[in-house]
Design a protein around this ligand. Structure first.
Ligand code: ZN
Length: 132
């Protein structure tokens, strides 16, 4: 499905391009030892500048989701699942993504998932699939 790709910058390039090496890279604070997302130059927990991307397991669970049934553009394949996934590394470490590789109606809350990268130009989109 066609996607609007993110604008890469020094802070977010690791997140969007880590998939080239099969890695989900999330910003991590070396002072307070917390992951945070979205990536940025300052830790939102302690305001430290000692932050850097770090590979996580790519495993998590579905916190919430919705099934999109509307073809917003003519090329958009529907239905598809928009989900909030929480990563296994830290409570509250979550982001919006798509659940792929399964029928949308079979997705459920707390479903275990793992990252599945979809390359689009110079970006590796971190999507998620069911982790059996
Ligand atoms: Zn911190």
């Amino acid at each position: 499905m066609p996607r609007k790709l993110p604008a890469l910058n020094a802070d977010n390039a690791a997140f969007w391009q880590g998939g080239e090496r099969g890695e989900l890279l999330i910003h991590y604070c070396l002072d307070c030892l917390h992951f945070f997302h979205p990536p940025g130059p300052i830790c939102p927990h302690c305001a430290s500048f000692e932050v850097a991307p770090r590979a996580v397991s790519g495993k998590g669970k579905v916190l919430s989701y919705t099934i999109n049934l509307q073809a917003w553009t003519s090329e958009l394949a529907e239905p598809f699942v928009v989900a909030i996934v929480e990563l296994a590394e830290q409570p509250g470490l979550r982001f919006v993504t798509n659940i792929v590789g399964m029928a949308p109606q079979d997705v459920f809350i707390d479903m275990p998932v793992r990252v599945s990268f979809l390359r689009s130009e110079d970006v590796w989109l971190p999507l998620f699939e069911r982790n059996h």
